[in-house]
Design a protein around this ligand. Structure first.
Ligand code: PMP
Length: 373
């Protein structure tokens, strides 16, 4: 009997919209210096790792039962961490802030509805829109990648979106928004609703908030009295817990009620809940790397400028560097020296994560060599 041909993807009755598509994902290459996905490159400290292992061990005999569907203890701990007078009812969590954003679009986007974003921004936004059958509208940014309150408000008026996403600090550019931009977005949404348009949810994606330069306030301060404002956060960056997959949001408690309608039953595993809770109990130890990372980030900005490049001001754990003649050639040359950065597809620019001091040494040394005449 002739062996059966392997079935290919194109043989399957895939949805039309997915045909010919490639999955999202940055390269996971086995090189010594990986500065391409904005992780916290510091390993989890041994004491915290032990506490996590203990916490997961403690619940292991109970894994025969479904986890607490409301993850109440975790929501309380997240609310305590955020402060701003927030309570557990105002907090919701999922497997990474990607899943939080997906749930928001499942609840507030969908067929016949629009997500408004300002690219270049986080590259998952258009994909999350597509996956939830939400129309993606990109209103763009200024040539220097900044975003003004006027442009945001005018774009909301023009496109009448159902959901607006503002990344602050923005990825890939790294800079945080002034709160007047968020407030202008909210007020434009209110005017839109009064004029008979949709009442848009305004989502501020603060995945990198803990790295913001001093004096950069969080949109959490704007939550009171703004029931359609949502602030998303993650434990993937400052908490060095990308592998655990825990993202969360703060908003009016009614937003959690909306997300209960779309979340999968028991979406947060007992192991995820135990891990995140243990990590939050050790928050001080875990967040100790934030200052070091900010120092390395500032060092990259200074050194890149010294090399004649044009780094953007960064409030995050990465730096967006412009001024390359041929960014993809520089990307390749860095990679051949064992340093992996991110080519985000914007001509003349590369994005690099602020790693440990040693990793940044390696990056700067390789960059200096590559740019040498
Ligand atoms: N928002 C932004 C702006 C990001 O850069 C990322 C991660 N790259 C995420 C959200 C998602 O992170 P996670 O799902 O790990 O919480």
């Amino acid at each position: 009997v002739a062996p059966l041909d392997r079935v290919r993807l194109s043989d399957l009755p895939l949805r039309q919209a997915l045909r010919g598509r490639t999955p999202y994902g940055a390269p996971q290459l086995d090189v010594s210096v990986r500065l391409n996905t904005n992780e916290n490159t510091h390993p989890v400290p041994p004491g915290v790792a032990e506490a996590i292992a203990q916490a997961v061990g403690d619940i292991a005999t109970g894994l025969n039962r479904y986890p607490d569907r409301e993850f109440t203890a975790l929501r309380e701990a997240l609310a305590d961490y955020l402060g701003h007078g927030l309570t557990a009812e105002a907090v919701w969590a999922a497997n990474g802030s990607n899943e939080v954003l997906q749930q928001l679009l499942q609840a507030f986007g969908g067929p016949g509805r629009r997500l408004l974003a300002f690219q270049p921004s986080y590259s998952m936004y258009p994909l999350l829109a597509e996956g939830t059958h939400t129309q993606f509208v990109d209103a763009g940014r200024a040539d220097d990648f900044t975003l003004s309150a006027e442009h945001v408000a005018e774009s909301i008026t023009r496109h009448a979106p159902h959901v607006v996403v503002l990344a602050s600090p923005n990825n890939p550019t790294g800079t945080a928004l002034e709160l007047d931009v968020v407030d202008a977005a909210y007020r434009a949404g209110e005017r839109l609703a009064v004029a008979g348009g949709p009442a848009p949810m305004i989502v501020v994606d603060e995945a990198y908030a803990e790295f913001a330069r001093p004096g950069t306030p969080s949109a959490l301060t704007l939550l009171p009295g703004r029931p359609r404002l949502v602030v998303t956060r993650t434990m993937s960056k400052a908490f060095a817990l990308a592998g655990a997959r825990l993202g969360y949001l703060a908003a009016d408690p009614a937003v959690a009620d909306a997300l209960r309608l779309v979340r999968l039953p028991y979406h947060l595993s007992a192991m995820t809940q135990a891990t995140a809770l243990a990590a939050l109990r050790q928050a001080d130890a875990l967040l100790q790397t934030v200052d070091q990372i900010m120092a390395q980030r500032d060092r990259i900005v200074v050194e890149a400028a010294r090399l004649g490049l044009a780094p953007a001001a960064s409030d995050s754990n990465f730096v967006f560097i412009g001024g390359f003649e041929d960014a993809s050639a520089v990307f390749d040359a860095l990679l051949s020296r064992g340093v992996l950065v991110r080519d985000v597809g914007i001509p003349g620019h590369l994005r690099v994560t602020a790693g440990t001091e040693q990793e940044v040494d390696a990056f700067l040394e390789a960059l200096t060599q590559v740019l040498a005449p």
